[in-house]
Structures are given as C-alpha cells and as structure tokens.
Design a protein around this ligand. Structure first.
Ligand SMILES: *Cc1c(COP(=O)(O)O)cnc(C)c1O
Length: 435
C-alpha cells in the first residue's frame, strides 16, 4: 500500500520553519494539491523517500543528474576533494580545467565566470550586456524562466505560472519597466519591436529551447531572427542554457540549431549536482568584467573547489563517452513515442514534446508553441495522471509547466515499466471521460 504518512508529518514540521515547508516553491506540490515525498536518498535513476517508497526519477534534481544519482566516479572525486578542504577563496587549477572543459563542448565560451546558481549567471550576464551597450532595456519571452532576480521576474513561467503570480511583490515597478516581454516563438513581434526601438535594447535573453513552461522547442526561424535583429541593432543575444545546455545536445541548443549567441548561461548539469553555474561567451564582452574591466561581479564561494570537482568529473565522463548523449536521447525518444501511443490507445489527447533528453507530456490536442498554448492544457487530467504515477513509483515533475529529464541510468526495462504505468493512468483518465 502506497503511503506518504512520514512525509506528511515531516512536511507539517517543515512548514513551521520554512515558508511552505520548502526552500524552492515548486517542491511544495501546491500545483498538484498534495504533500511532497521527503527524500532520503537517490541512486542511478531511482529516488527513495522516508516512507520507504522507490520511484523512477524523471526530475533528476530538475535536470542536473544526467549521469544518474550518486555516479560512482563523481562521488569518489568528491570524497577526495573534501579532504583537501572545502573552500579557499583563492585561485585553483580546477577552475581553469573546468573552463577548458566547457569550451570543449561550447567553443563560443571564450571566457567564463563561475557563479553559484543559474539566477546569478543570468543576472550577471545582463549586467555585462547593459554595461557594454550603455542601454537599460532588455527583452525576455513570456513563460521563459531565468532565475528570480528582479528584472527577470516578469512573466516568468513554471513556479510562477503554477501559482498564478504574474509578477512578484517586491519587484520595483521601475525595474520591471525596463523588461519588455514578448510571446515565445513570435518572430513577427520580435521584428516589430526591434524596428521600433531596437537601438534602445541592451539584450535579448531567451531559453533557446524553453523548458520552464514545459518543453517548447523554438520554431524554425525564431532563433535566427533573434540573432539577426540583435546583430543589426548591436544588442547582446544571451542564450540561457541553464536547462538545455548538455540536454538539447552535447553542445547545447547553440550547437543543435547552429546559432552563436554573444553570451551563454549554464547551470544544472555543469555543476554535476552541486551549486555551480557559469556565464560567458565573447572575449571582448567578458573582458569587461571585473577585475579585467569595470563591470562588477564577485562571489565568496564562486569557483568553489568541491563544486568544481563535481562539475569537472561530470563533464569529463560526458566527454570521454560521447555515446552518453545518443543513448539518453534514444531512451527519451522511446519513452515519448511510447507515451503518445498509450495515450492514443485510450483516446486521451496529448502532445509529448521533447528535445534531446528533456520532455513534457502536455494534456492538449494542439502543439504547444508558447505560454498561452501551455496554459490551455487540461490541468485536471495532468493532476490525476501525476498522482497515479507517483503512487505507482514514477516520479514526474509536479507541474504541467515543467520539463522532465532522463539520465544514462534509464534503461529499457525502466522505460517499459514507466509506459506500463502510463497505460494504466491513461485508462483511469478514460474512465473519467465516460463517467
Ligand atoms: C533553473 C533555471 C535557472 C535558474 O537557476 P537556479 O540555479 O535555480 O538559480 C535559470 N534559467 C533557466 C533556463 C533554468 O532552467
């Protein structure tokens, strides 16, 4: 019998000490109307809760664990690293090693700065763009999430969309006023905006594969248009590949779609499961960052040796065995095609959208190209599907507006098991429709 009794108790107590009982909103399961399992450990593609339940994990810490949890080589490297001390606040050989590895995957990362979270990476990349252009305005797309810094917390997808908070209290109107939002994949809107005021725009920031309104690939011509108009108007094009880097392809979305951004933000996989992120790109732009240039950016724990070790071990394994990406992508295709097939069998309209090793099962009969499309999904069906899966050992992201992920540990038997449970879940939804 599936039960979350211990987790429920733990959640009650956590709520006394932390807002919503969590340290990041989506973990609270509010959008699916229940209590989250409290996790005790994870290994490979499995995650375990304090009630003794085992799940096949498609959240993977929201993306980072592409090698699977507790990958032995990464764990061994970390065990050695901590014995040498956990932070020095001084340069190490590791940082240059990591920078070189990143460049091996993404040659346009000519210079990088390591930071501690994706939020910091995007916030700092924007400062560079504003600093070098001397302009204030930035463009972002509705439903794209770039972390929680003030000027980016405008129409920001996933956690926010789920809670129906378009803006957050505490973001000054004056700051939000410099953020222009456009619908994702709307080429015409981009052209019109740039024709009217392109010369006042410091930067366009975009998830080149959107993952924070669910998985939404760029339509043909969208990224090309962003590249063209920003070049024409001397604005900076920032690819936020915190999620899709090492997911859309080994070289990220920039490699997959053949578009070179001016700056790139990375996080999640790049830190191998530790708090670590990166922004970087064109040498002439990054040379403007302190202390080489005047644009200030700093961090006590930035380039932390333990985080660098996890990142380096992860990237090294990915580089040594390039078939990892092919295998994880093949597993993703198998799962996604299987989900479509099972849904069809029970006449449940779905769109399963995937790029590389990220995917979302949308409960809708039309392709999802932007946030409005994502919002039109059947959220009741999503909730039921989610709960059926959770209580049968399949751990998906607890919101329709999220991407799910695979790792190299998701073997064919796991995919098969996942599809069996999906089949049952769709059958339950079909019963509802008849009732
Ligand atoms: C997760 C994410 C961020 C924020 O990263 P944090 O490490 O949570 O601050 C930014 N951009 C994208 C695209 C993300 O997926």
């Amino acid at each position: 019998m599936y039960t979350l009794e211990k987790s429920k108790q733990a959640f009650q107590e956590a709520k006394v000490y932390m807002p919503g009982g969590v340290n990041s909103p989506v973990r609270s399961y509010r959008s699916v109307g229940s209590e989250p399992p409290f996790i005790s450990s994870a290994s490979g593609d499995r995650i375990y809760d304090i009630d003794g339940n085992e799940y096949i994990d498609y959240v993977l810490s929201w993306g980072p664990m592409i090698l699977g949890h507790a990958k032995s080589e990464v764990v061994a490297a970390l065990q050695e690293a901590v014995l040498r001390g956990t932070s020095y606040g001084a340069p190490t050989l590791l940082e240059t090693e990591v920078a070189k590895k990143i460049q091996a995957f993404m040659p346009h990362m000519e210079m990088v700065r390591m930071v501690n979270s994706g939020t910091e990476a995007t916030m700092s990349a924007l400062r560079v763009a504003r600093g070098v252009t001397g302009r204030d305005k930035i463009v972002k797309f509705i439903g794209c999430y770039h972390g929680h810094s003030d000027c980016l917390l405008v129409k920001a997808g996933s956690g926010l969309a789920t809670f129906g908070v378009p803006d957050s209290p505490g973001v000054p109107a004056s700051v939000a006023a410099d953020t222009i939002t456009l619908p994702y994949n709307d080429i015409e809107a981009v052209r019109e905006l740039f024709a009217a005021q392109g010369d006042t725009i410091a930067a366009v920031i975009v998830e080149p594969v959107a993952g924070n309104m669910g998985c939404v690939p760029p339509v043909e011509g969208f990224l090309e248009t962003l590249r063209a108009v920003t070049s024409e108007h001397k604005s900076i094009l920032i690819f936020d590949e915190v999620m899709c880097g090492f997911r859309a392809s080994a070289g990220g979305a920039q490699k997959k779609y053949g578009i070179v951004p001016d700056l790139t933000c990375l996080g999640k996989i790049v830190g191998g499961g530790l708090p670590m992120a990166v922004f970087g790109g064109r040498r002439d732009l990054m040379s403007q960052v302190a202390p080489q240039g005047p644009i200030y950016q700093a961090g006590t724990l930035s380039g932390n040796p333990v985080a660098m070790t996890a990142g380096l071990a992860t990237l090294t394994l990915l580089q040594q065995d390039p078939t990892v990406f092919k295998r994880v992508e093949a597993a993703t295709v198998k799962l996604c095609e299987g989900l479509v097939e099972r849904a069809k069998k029970h006449n449940i309209p779905v769109q399963v959208q995937y790029v590389g090793s990220m995917f979302t099962l949308f409960f809708t009969d039309k392709p999802v190209r932007n946030f409005e499309d994502a919002s039109a999904c059947n959220m009741e069906q999503f909730k039921k599907f989610f709960h059926y899966n959770l209580s049968h050992g399949i751990y998906y992201a607890p919101s329709q507006y999220e991407s799910n992920f695979l790792s190299m540990c998701h073997i064919p038997q796991d995919i098969e098991k996942t599809l069996e449970v999906a089949d049952e879940a769709f059958a339950e939804l079909a019963k509802d429709l008849k009732a």
